[in-house]
Design a protein around this ligand. Sequence first.
Ligand code: SF4
Ligand code: SF4
Length: 287
Amino acid sequence: MIRIAIASGKGGTGKTLIATNIFNTLIFNHRKATLVDCDAEAPNAAVFFSNKKTDTFDVHQMVPVIDTNKCTYCGKCHDYCVYNAIFLLPPMKVIKVIEDLCHGCGACSYACEYGAITEKTVSLGQVNNYLTNSGYKITEARMNIGVMSPVPVIKAAINHADKDEIIIMDSPPGTSCPFIQTASKADYIVLVTEPTPFGLSDLKQSVYTLQNMDKPFGVIINRAGLGNRDVYKWLEEENIDLIMELPFNVNIAKIYSEGKLITDELPDYKTEFFDLTNKINDVIKNK
Ligand code: SF4
Ligand code: SF4
């Protein structure tokens, strides 16, 4: 099994376009593949395929509940909480759990010697499974509105996805915890960028993060022809693989905005995307 994450330093660069078309190309070529949509704040990869939802399950975490009748305001739970999720004012006899900061680690329950802490279940989001008309699986992480971190939902979706020959993961944008969670599970990361100053700035952050993680990666420039040549110059200077370019093209934008796939509508791209997956496969094998 190999896992390929499609990521970008910022939203709107076209990573879902790349992820869905790689997946579609694998379907054409009868490879055993699963698509995991890890962009839990706004998952939309499934809409590009005719599919039906097959099952869904809730992702939850345990959050402490403090019984103020039993609490002595000793502060031990507060000291154990590395996430500063317990607000405590002993002179005022005030203690509160800040649920948005709580990571459900259970340290406070362990710390309390007075039996003042019990736990309740809080829903963080869902993992949804879909089956495409051609029998391929899509697993989607979808966090609830208002939840602070999508990480537990992303982790559950990746763990739950079928262990197929190739797993394509549409990563959340940015370089913070949700991206790290996805990239850390990948054998190879495709970074999608655009040839603009913003694109270059965000690409640099993604590259430095992946270099620190010691992960193999390559870059796709989307909307090539737009902006300037600074991204190309930087990739050359840093000896980073440019693995594909997609032109700045009204046809591609129109197809994508209609929820269609360029590998269906513009057949030349079938070959181009299949060559891309073979190239990535070779890098992973020779690692
Ligand atoms: S469960 Fe962990 S993160 Fe949550 S309040 Fe207790 S110690 Fe803090
Ligand atoms: S450890 Fe228990 S008794 Fe002490 S402040 Fe926390 S909840 Fe209250």
